[in-house]
Design a protein around this ligand. Sequence first.
Ligand SMILES: Nc1nc2c(ncn2[C@@H]2O[C@H](COP(=O)(O)OP(=O)(O)O)[C@@H](O)[C@H]2O)c(=O)[nH]1
Ligand SMILES: Nc1ncnc2c1ncn2[C@@H]1O[C@H](COP(=O)(O)OP(=O)(O)O)[C@@H](O)[C@H]1O
Length: 214
Amino acid sequence: MGDFQSTDKLARRGLLFILSSPSGAGKTTLSQMLLKADEEIKLSVSATTRPPRPGEQDGVHYHFVSDAQFDRMVEEDDFYEWAHVFNHRYGTPKGAIREALKDGQDFLFDIDWQGTQQLKQKDDQDVVTVFVLPPSLDELRRRLESRAQDSSDVIDDRMERARAEISHWAEYDYVVVNDSVDECFDRVREVLDAERMKRTRQTGLIPFVRELMG
Ligand SMILES: Nc1nc2c(ncn2[C@@H]2O[C@H](COP(=O)(O)OP(=O)(O)O)[C@@H](O)[C@H]2O)c(=O)[nH]1
Ligand SMILES: Nc1ncnc2c1ncn2[C@@H]1O[C@H](COP(=O)(O)OP(=O)(O)O)[C@@H](O)[C@H]1O
């Protein structure tokens, strides 16, 4: 058994795990489940000019910033990528992502298709993308309404944009349907587990195999 255990500790490069979906399909729910269940992945906290929803904490769910602060961050080249979504701006701060990837740290991104394309252009090798579909548009609306955190105008706007967002499904590596949240979560974890095992990410394999072969 000893040898098998030692393979668990092989060095590995981290990955950038992106979950996208039309608003209300469940990516925040799935992200929170993943962050709770998996210690090796941490959330990339975006900056946004949208106001906080009840219960959202600054620095935890988002960095809530003013338009002027966002402008300054753009000018100072603080973002990996940023985009306009629903009349607000959202961006991924550079932070220490590149260095941490080398140490095997995985990052979770809850970003839209525009951010996904930009991250892929910057760092295709480390990016793994998953698109979350709702089981139906009726159910999507029910979920947006049940969340009860947006006005009906905002919900109408999000429903209108859902089709446009769904049209980007084929740009993603994996697609999951969030019908039962537990089953969907299992699928998401299977993707993450398999991607971590990719040969090219397992940087500790070369010395391990060299030793194995004497
Ligand atoms: N490009 C980009 N999109 C983001 C970022 N942060 C959040 N988003 C997207 O902005 C959209 C709106 O997010 P939000 O207002 O939290 O509503 P949600 O869709 O209900 O989660 C979602 O599609 C997010 O994935 C970011 O840093 N960059
Ligand atoms: N599989 C599911 N079945 C029923 N309700 C769900 C499911 N997944 C998420 N929800 C609920 O739907 C609403 C929207 O989910 P949320 O995770 O906020 O979506 P998103 O982040 O994609 O906008 C929330 O109230 C959430 O609890």
